[in-house]
Design a protein around this ligand. Structure first.
Ligand SMILES: Cc1cc2nc3c(=O)[nH]c(=O)nc-3n(C[C@H](O)[C@H](O)[C@H](O)COP(=O)(O)O)c2cc1C
Length: 331
């Protein structure tokens, strides 16, 4: 019989704090400091940066340096590096080693995006396990902080080698493996093969194994842990415009909902300045209203106004007008 993990079941479970077991995934274009600060305000404790170029950071490139900076509302984080050159990883890890707000360095060996693969990074590292091992070694040489590696099941269906990648990473000193059990070729199609997480947990012992992929609700977190015995669960897409995931609430259109998105906008303005913030916030604001239980008489105009917005000031007044309507309804 299918188990039904209800809210009360999660609360009553022996896991006192399920939030301790959840990691907020590295998400290029999404998991920046304002996004992390919002997730943190909902209780998330283990949060990953967007992927940062090891080459770029080692050369002090402005865009890469920006990605490792944080707001005071944000806090200790894991920085994910991508690239293909062990020397660049060493230099980038040396820089990260000096930073108090960086608690762990993660190596991206799973990104399936063409541009990253072409330069030999991301999931390309799974095709050259010796190189992957060298990169882990160099990062370990540069830091005493925890080092983790994020992998997929393999590059394609014919090369499922997550066990080899995890083994070589462990031998090189990695403290944790995160597995998104799809191949790089699959990108996000099909289904994540949780069975691979279970096998990895059985075969590679002595380091933490974190499962990732297709976790849509808080009860899926527990389900993945039960089915695979993994040590923690990383969540990505389910958090887009939805920090309520972390408190097991559905997105209900109320004062707290509107105040949360306003706070996200203000944090983005603080971090990026008005001009950059409004461009980035468009997609977040659209994610927020997607799937929110909200009357269509408010949702449709909000969506349209945000899509057309041309400044952070305009976005702020759209959100404030919406807030006024919520408060008026509550009176
Ligand atoms: C928009 C987007 C950006 C992503 N960026 C990264 C990244 O920078 N580094 C990385 O390792 N994975 C990245 N991923 C993959 C996620 O971290 C995660 O492995 C994947 O979304 C599966 O988890 P989910 O089913 O919970 O979303 C990205 C995924 C998406 C959808």
């Amino acid at each position: 019989m299918q188990k039904n993990y209800t809210k009360s079941w999660i609360i009553n479970t022996r896991m006192n704090n399920i939030l301790d077991l959840i990691s907020v995934a590295p998400l290029a274009g999404i998991s920046d400091s304002p996004f992390r600060a919002i997730c943190r305000s909902f209780g998330a404790k283990d949060l990953y940066s967007e992927m940062v170029s090891a080459d770029g950071l080692s050369r002090g490139q402005k865009g890469s340096v920006r990605l490792i900076q944080t707001l005071e509302e944000d806090g200790p984080m894991v920085v994910q590096l991508f690239g293909s050159k062990p020397d660049s990883f060493y230099l980038a890890a040396k820089i990260l080693d000096e930073l108090e707000h960086v608690k762990e360095i993660n190596i991206n060996a799973g990104c399936p995006v063409k541009k990253v693969l072409k330069a030999g990074g991301g999931a390309s590292l799974m095709k050259d396990v010796l190189l992957l091992g060298k990169i882990v070694e160099q990062v370990k040489r540069a830091t005493n902080k925890s080092v983790s590696v994020k992998i997929r099941s393999g590059f394609d269906f014919h090369s499922i080698n997550y066990l080899d990648c995890a083994r070589i990473s462990k031998e090189a000193g990695a403290n944790k493996i995160i597995l998104h059990p799809r191949t790089a070729k699959m990108m996000f199609s099909g289904k994540a093969e949780w069975e691979h997480i279970s096998i990895l947990k059985q075969m590679i012992t002595g380091i933490k194994i974190i499962g990732n992929g297709d976790v849509l609700t808080l009860s899926d977190v527990k389900k993945m842990m039960d089915e695979t015995s993994c040590d923690g669960v990383m969540v990505g897409r389910a958090l887009f415009g939805n920090p309520w995931f972390l408190s097991d609430q559905s997105k209900v259109f109320n004062q707290q909902f509107v105040e949360t998105i306003l706070k996200h906008l203000e944090l983005a303005i603080k971090f990026y300045g008005d001009h950059h913030a409004y461009r980035l916030m468009k997609k977040h604001l659209i994610y927020y209203v997607k799937g929110a239980k909200m009357p269509s008489s408010l949702k449709v105009p909000f969506y349209d106004a945000i899509t057309r917005s041309n400044s952070a000031e305009e976005q702020r007044s759209i959100i404030n007008d919406t807030l006024k309507e919520v408060l008026a309804k509550n009176e």
